[in-house]
Design a protein around this ligand. Structure first.
Ligand SMILES: Cc1cc2nc3c(=O)[nH]c(=O)nc-3n(C[C@H](O)[C@H](O)[C@H](O)COP(=O)(O)OP(=O)(O)OC[C@H]3O[C@@H](n4cnc5c(N)ncnc54)[C@H](O)[C@@H]3O)c2cc1C
Length: 408
């Protein structure tokens, strides 16, 4: 209870729906002395999604990429409820267990998911690339392929950032295995659609001696046990199909509440002025790609705007910042994509590892020596497993001179 003029003042109630990148950074903004904050999320773990592709090759274990959500939220002085929110109105929300939570302001941070319903068979016969658990399942299935002499055809659907990172990790672990074959299917005509064309040439160059096929400009029509049928009518055999594209808002009333992608104004407000929608769930501007740093920025701003709204101060507009995107291609290369050019060097992989450790530190700042040791241990393991192989002297000789600049 906060006090003013000698008497207790009721704290404003804030509900944060979804405790991922944006939700957690929104939660960090609020001081528990001033606000009664509840974070609601059905999942017990926060997952560091930008590095989950490394689970496919065994470079990272699932637990290195996860933080238990409850202690992280409680450490901020807030309450965590492990439930799914099914409905949000102007002043309250309802959870799947029928609990109604009233609020003064709400921040919706529910992310997005793949819409596999659109493609018959995709739900049943493909592996979505979306969580630590799904990557662990893919890793298990790939590993099974090593135990047999039969050919294992691995298909990556999608050639955006996720598709390239998944392909790179699969190649890191399995390109030396003669029984593995690889293919990419993508509706876009080129890999990393908005990046300079030479970058695709670079990817193809890295894979030129491998059993690798690219089916670009092709959509998947149906999937079955044997493989994929493309809209062109072509049939592709596939034993392990990894689906990396086609993000869609999470289904259900929570999203439909403020139209398909949670349409928001410049202050990130939905149709209810005290309900903000942020991160991947928000439909702000087509140019704002669904990336973690936008989600973090939006989460912080929505929290500040919620406070401003509740204290009758003018709200701040969201101005997305421009940052380069880091895309790893296994141990073969790493690309840094800027607006109108890109650079490549396998040594950039180390930057992603540092960002990973810094990100975890930001999400759960260490409280004691044990926490510090845990983070140091994770960084050491990352550097040893992922970065060091790229800086052995032979690799430097082989790769460093090949650091390149690509222009649009
Ligand atoms: C596989 C993968 C790889 C990626 N790689 C990169 C990368 O390299 N770099 C980068 O910048 N970005 C990357 N991204 C994108 C980045 O992870 C997202 O932009 C970011 O996570 C979005 O944050 P968010 O808070 O909007 O959603 P999320 O972080 O997805 O969090 C959403 C949370 O909402 C919860 N939730 C969902 N529905 C409900 C409900 N009804 N009630 C309550 N809670 C609910 C979920 O359980 C989840 O915890 C990647 C994404 C994926 C999936």
């Amino acid at each position: 209870m906060a006090f003013f003029f000698g008497g207790p003042k009721k704290k404003h109630r804030i509900c944060i729906v979804g405790g991922g990148f944006s939700g957690l950074h929104a939660a960090q903004y609020f001081k528990p002395e001033k606000y009664e904050v509840t974070v609601i999320d059905p999942q017990p773990f926060i997952e560091w999604l930008p590095n989950i592709h490394e689970v496919l090759s065994g470079m990272k274990k699932g637990d290195e990429l996860r933080l238990p959500r409850q202690p992280v939220i409680e450490r901020l002085g807030h309450t965590f409820r492990m439930e799914k929110v099914t409905d949000i109105s102007a002043n309250s929300l309802t959870t799947e267990w029928g609990k109604v939570l009233p609020f003064d302001a709400c921040i919706v941070c529910t992310g997005n998911s793949y819409d596999l319903q659109q493609v018959p068979g995709a739900n049943q016969f493909t592996f979505p690339f979306k969580s630590v658990e799904s990557c662990q399942q893919i890793a298990k299935r790939l590993h099974r392929g090593t135990l047999s002499s039969r050919v294992t055809r691995v298909t990556v659907v999608g050639s955006g950032l996720g598709g390239v990172e998944v392909l790179g990790e699969v190649l890191r672990a399995y390109r030396a295995r003669p029984q593995f074959e690889f293919q990419v299917v993508s509706p876009t005509q080129k890999m990393l659609e908005n990046a300079p064309s030479d970058l695709e040439a670079s990817i193809r160059h890295h894979t030129r001696r491998l059993p690798m096929e690219y089916h670009l400009g092709n959509e998947v029509d149906t999937v079955d046990r044997e493989g994929l049928v493309l809209t062109s009518g072509r049939l592709i055999e596939s034993d392990v199909t990894i689906w990396t594209g086609g993000a869609a808002p999470r289904s259900g009333k929570v999203q439909s509440e403020s139209s398909q992608w949670g349409k928001v104004n410049e202050f990130l407000q939905s149709q209810h002025s005290n309900v903000f929608v942020v991160g991947d769930a928000a439909q702000f501007d087509d140019k704002v790609i669904k990336q973690a740093f936008h989600a973090v920025e939006m989460g912080r701003l929505a929290a500040e705007n919620a406070e401003r709204f509740l204290t009758d101060k003018p709200l701040k507009s969201y101005k997305p910042s421009h940052r380069p995107q880091l895309v790893t291609f296994g141990d073969l290369d790493t690309f840094m994509l800027f607006d109108d050019f890109a650079i490549s060097s396998s040594l950039l992989g180390a930057v992603k590892e540092v960002l990973f450790t810094m990100g975890l530190l930001q999400m759960a700042p260490p409280r004691n020596a044990k926490d510090v040791m845990r983070h140091l241990d994770i960084l050491q393991r990352s550097v040893r497993n992922v970065y060091l192989p790229t800086i052995n002297p032979m690799a430097i000789l082989d790769r460093w001179p090949k650091a390149r600049i690509f222009r649009n």
